[in-house]
Design a protein. Structure first.
Length: 226
């Protein structure tokens, strides 16, 4: 009986700790609450950023809700241009920062992208590695995916689309994530996930230099103590 009680107690302790790790949250300057997830050595937001203020309380310049539809805010978050992303007032919750190009490389290495590929531009990754980051990836007429591997990281990426000037496009087809890393005067590094049935890169992650004026989704990483 004592042995059985000890085993049950250990099971309950393990379950409680696992549950706690899966429900850690953080709050931004607007009071929005986000789920978080550890991937490798990093802790990431498990949702797209949706704040309208910097840590200082001043307003961001962008922060577009997809389709101007408030019902989409929780699913897709807001879209920001790179200048808000890189602003020193910090768009992320206190203790967090916008993920850099190197942060994304660390995430990609943790999920299995090779050291050679991780530094390349364009579409990278083998064995449909990108689906481990996606909230969902339906099968298509042309390709079936191992559904048990979808969102195994709990990163929960959703295809929020992009805003290019006055045009909001590609909802349901693409996720575009800014990094905080500049590339040129007019371009910065970003990451792309594809979802459209006709796109052959749905299992890959694109690293590209894109126009800073475009509005994309944002993910933050927790600042680790030195």
């Amino acid at each position: 009986m004592k042995i059985l009680t000890l085993i049950m107690g250990l099971f309950m302790f393990t379950t409680a700790n696992t549950s706690a790790n899966n429900t850690d949250t953080v709050q931004d300057s607007d009071g929005n609450i986000y789920r978080t997830v550890q991937i490798g050595e990093q802790v990431w937001l498990a949702e797209n950023l949706r704040t309208t203020t910097f840590q200082t309380g001043s307003k961001v310049n962008t922060g577009y809700i997809p389709d101007d539809d408030a019902s989409l805010l929780l699913r897709y978050g807001r879209l920001y241009d790179w200048h808000d992303v890189a602003d020193q007032r910090n768009i992320c919750p206190v203790g967090w920062r916008v993920a850099s190009d190197d942060d994304w490389k660390a995430l990609e290495t943790a999920i299995g992208i090779s050291d050679k590929e991780v530094n390349e531009e364009g579409w990278r990754g083998k064995n449909d590695i990108a689906i481990t980051l996606k909230a969902e990836q339906p099968n298509t007429f042309f390709k079936r995916f191992k559904q048990a591997e979808v969102n195994t990281t709990h990163f929960s990426a959703t295809p929020a689309g992009v805003k290019l000037g006055n045009w909001y496009i590609t909802q349901g087809m693409y996720s575009e994530f800014w990094t905080s890393s500049t590339a040129t005067d007019k371009k910065a590094y970003a990451r792309t996930l594809a979802y459209a049935w006709w796109n052959s890169h749905k299992g890959e992650i694109r690293r590209a230099k894109l126009q800073k004026s475009h509005m994309f989704s944002v993910r933050c990483v927790k600042i680790q103590p030195k």
